[in-house]
Design a protein. Structure first.
Ligand code: ADP
Length: 290
């Protein structure tokens, strides 16, 4: 299976933020893309999914929410995406930017590719543009998105003819076709085998580096989080809180050599310690983590 296409980015592919091929943009001069302040979420059933969460993601970061299953990662991601309202506190996008825009474009990629089985790859990728009545440049946007994920030659194929990894690439192309300013990814590779998952991790990381696409990613894999991210936010078990974070200032490109390096192992160990510390704290408080 071909990797994501490596050709230079053309003007119609450019995201709203400038392209940066070098190190991650995590400095204090970049604007705040995601701002979550004292947010909690209790579902109508009474289930407290999220404790008090404060979070800032800066433009150009690849930030990852990491925590055990059921700790509220998806809940937080959906709140950031505006699909859920916080019970208390607030969530804003680009709120502190001097060049604030009214409706920043964002796109979701979910764990399941959720493709329309009766439609070709091209029609699946076209869907968000049809829904928003995109203009005359829709065609070139679709071709660019397909090219970015290396699926241009599969544009007439149907989902059933594609492997799980390729279907996920279609789902990513469908997200990118809208040229989002913020990409929200909810365990997108969790259902794939490890080899495919590692390959897509490399490819999404390359894509992020080439387009400086602000990304908020969710996973429960420590290894995936360290490999992908510029910053990992570690969450406690439910009701989830952010109990720590580490910056992964490893340069791009990250290769398989990074996965077996001492630096990689050290960061994974740091995160394991944070997760263990969070569950020990819960044990002391006598609360149920399930
Ligand atoms: P994670 O993404 O970390 O696995 P979720 O955010 O999906 O966690 O879920 C956190 C908790 O909230 C879980 O216990 C889940 O069952 C519960 N939950 C998720 N969505 C709803 C909902 N719509 N109504 C009630 N409970 C929910």
């Amino acid at each position: 299976m071909a990797g994501f296409h490596q050709s230079p980015i053309t003007s119609h592919q450019s995201p709203l933020v400038p392209t940066n091929h070098e190190s991650p943009i995590t400095d204090q001069r970049s604007s705040v893309a995601v701002h979550v302040e004292s947010a909690t979420k209790t579902y109508p059933s009474g289930l407290a999914a999220l404790g008090m969460v404060d979070l800032e993601v800066r433009e150009g970061e690849f930030a990852t929410l990491l925590g055990p299953s059921g700790c509220g990662k998806s809940t937080l991601l959906r709140m950031v995406g505006g699909l859920l309202q916080p019970s208390t506190g607030k969530v804003g996008l680009w709120t502190e930017s001097s060049h604030a825009i009214s409706r920043p474009r964002l796109a979701f990629v979910f764990q399941s590719p959720t493709l329309m089985p009766w439609a070709s790859v091209e029609r699946n990728v076209r869907l968000p543009l049809d829904l928003t009545h995109a203009g005359a440049d829709a065609e070139s946007k679709i071709q660019s998105a397909l090219e970015l994920v290396g699926l241009r030659e599969f544009k007439n194929a149907y989902p059933r003819e594609l492997s799980g990894g390729m279907q996920m690439r279609v789902s990513i192309a469908r997200a990118l076709v809208t040229e989002p300013r913020l990409l929200l990814m909810d365990e997108p590779f969790g259902a794939l085998d490890e080899i495919t998952r590692n390959r897509l991790d490399r490819e999404i990381r390359d894509l992020w580096a080439r387009r400086s696409l602000t990304t908020l990613f969710v996973t429960h894999s420590i290894y995936e989080a360290v490999f992908l991210s510029t910053r990992v936010l570690v969450m406690s078990a439910r009701p989830g809180r952010i109990v720590g974070e580490i910056t992964v200032d490893e340069p791009h490109p990250r290769t398989d050599a990074f996965r077996v390096s001492e630096r990689f192992a050290r960061r994974c160990a740091q995160i394991s310690d944070m997760l263990a510390g969070a569950s020990a704290e819960r044990g002391e408080n006598g609360r149920d983590a399930a």
